[in-house]
Design a protein around this ligand. Sequence first.
Ligand code: SF4
Ligand code: SF4
Length: 319
Amino acid sequence: MSENENLAKEKTLFGKGIDNPSNILPKKLTFDSKIKFECHPGVSCFTACCHGIKIVLTPYDILTLKKRLGLPAHEFLEKYTTPVYLEKTDMPGVAIKLREDKDRNPCPFVTPDGCTVYTDRPSACRYYPVGMADFHEGQGSMGGDADRMEEEKFFFIVKEDHCKGFEEEKEWTVREWRKDQGVDVRDEMNKEWLRLVMRRKSFGHQASLSDQAKRMFFMASTDLDHFRRFILESTFLDTYIIDTETLEKIKNDDVELMLFSFKYLAASLFGAEGLPIREEKVQERVKEIKESQEKQVKESVEAYKDIKKARGEEVDPEL
Ligand code: SF4
Ligand code: SF4
């Protein structure tokens, strides 16, 4: 199976963009809607959906999985992930690297007895079969009203043909299902990062991200060990104003560091407020921009003079 075929199916956590929309049942659900579904070792298809599937990892997924496996981020990334672009954007991320197998391509964490990292399984593995969407992708804390967004959230059922979980008798509300799967916590941990991706997606291809911005997004989203060194050991603290309490938290607490990284990315990629820059750095930047503009004006005047000279025309001495 090729890598593309390998990743053709997707357990999505972005709410939309599922490859086969015919698998989505055409009914909007709320937190109180009832669903009939159960997945357990007794179903005949047990672990079928842990093969040949694209599972994109969020920063929180990486944090919990690397901790579970006792690995530093770079080792986890090298051993268990493959690079992908997120949600048809130019933002780089990672998905789980499936094991090579001539026809089934299993997730590296699956065994016949089930998922070996179950309590720390990725967000995308928790959502199926309940997808979530809201009408304000790409806004949220960077421009939307959080309460209104919460109200406008809705859910839908994704029903894979091979999935026998729908033949089980267990009935739950969407709210109960999400609580059981630990989705609420994941939503909270992932939301700012998902909004960055969806916000980028909403730009389409109008403006491309610089390579440096892509590298920064990738580093902050996948390797918090590296991001922490970047904050503490580069000129970062000379540029941004960070209060002592926050600094202590991000030195010692990975989740705080991750949440801070979302704030930093929102500010550096989209100009969101919330991360003040030191006044002297603002002045330096203004000076740099002014110098660069003056240089550009000078260069275009010189180019204009050269054209005039080449044509044998007189050049205005005032220029
Ligand atoms: S992480 Fe676990 S639940 Fe998710 S695909 Fe792999 S084995 Fe299945
Ligand atoms: S296909 Fe459905 S029932 Fe079967 S293991 Fe996956 S989620 Fe469970």
